[in-house]
Design a binder for this molecule. Structure first.
Ligand code: PEP
Length: 251
């Protein structure tokens, strides 16, 4: 059985005060949660404080990005060891905004993923097709490439520390979520790819989150689609009511 995994990507939103308040609210509520895993992804500068605000609770804290290098002359970058040092336990790799706004390609995403694993951080690897790719029938080709190159060199043992987030680019921040049928089809394809790469039983253990305009009123139907094991949530993770509405109905 795969434990549902709900994660909130705060992106470049929330200041110190509102982020800590939201984290504290979630941490306090987490005592009532069972059978699900929850994580939040604040901006780098607030990680340390948000880790302390959630200490001992059922809320995990992760980073939205990291550098592929270990240390040195990389102005403006943050290493996996630094993330670990402040208590983050996981990191997003390959979010579509990193890929499309900052030009990160599959090889860089793969190097970042290895940098994270080497420091003991868990990873959410984000994949997803653009609207043009979907319209031209190349969704599967895009997903296959992102998965194969993104996971290159990852052992079956390390696969256990990776979650996949299927996030169609056309659904992120648009208010237009994939239908449960579209999500189920993509997730089933992704699990098949994992099976081909790692064998059926290793693939069966990997959680595949759906991301793209998830709200409290669509999470249940999305989670009923085959192979949908949770959600990566952007906009609706920024307020306690909307994120709790997702976390608490998502079983
Ligand atoms: C995201 O940024 O990963 C995301 C899914 O955003 P939103 O929920 O706002 O579409």
């Amino acid at each position: 059985m795969r434990k549902p995994f709900l994660a909130g990507n705060w992106k470049m939103n929330l200041d110190r005060r509102s982020g800590v308040a939201l984290a504290r609210t979630l941490a306090a509520r987490s005592v009532t949660w069972s059978g699900r895993e929850v994580a939040i992804f604040p901006a780098f500068v607030y990680l340390d404080e948000i880790v302390r605000a959630t200490a001992g609770s059922g809320v995990r804290v992760g980073a939205q990005n990291l550098c592929d290098e270990k240390s040195g002359a990389f102005t403006g970058e943050v290493s996996a060891a630094m993330l670990k040092d402040v208590g983050a336990t996981l990191v997003l790799c390959g979010h579509s905004e990193r890929r499309h706004l900052y030009g990160e390609d599959d090889r860089l995403v793969n190097r970042k993923l290895h940098a994270a694993l080497s420091q003991g951080l868990d990873v959410i690897l984000c994949v997803g097709e653009t609207l043009e790719e979907r319209k031209s029938g190349s969704t599967e080709a895009r997903l296959s490439r992102q998965m194969t190159l993104g996971l290159a060199g990852v052992s079956a043992e390390d696969l256990a520390r990776i979650t996949i987030a299927y996030e169609p680019v056309w659904a992120i921040g648009t208010g237009v979520n994939a239908s449960p049928a579209q999500a189920g089809e993509a997730h089933t394809y992704l699990r098949g790819l994992l099976s081909g790469l790692y064998g059926e039983s290793a693939a069966a253990a990997v959680r595949i989150q759906y991301g793209g305009s998830v709200k409290a009123d669509n999470i249940q139907t999305l989670m009923r689609a085959p192979n949908v094991d949770g959600a990566l949530v952007g906009g609706a993770s920024l307020q306690s009511e909307s994120f709790l509405g997702i976390v608490e109905v998502a079983l």
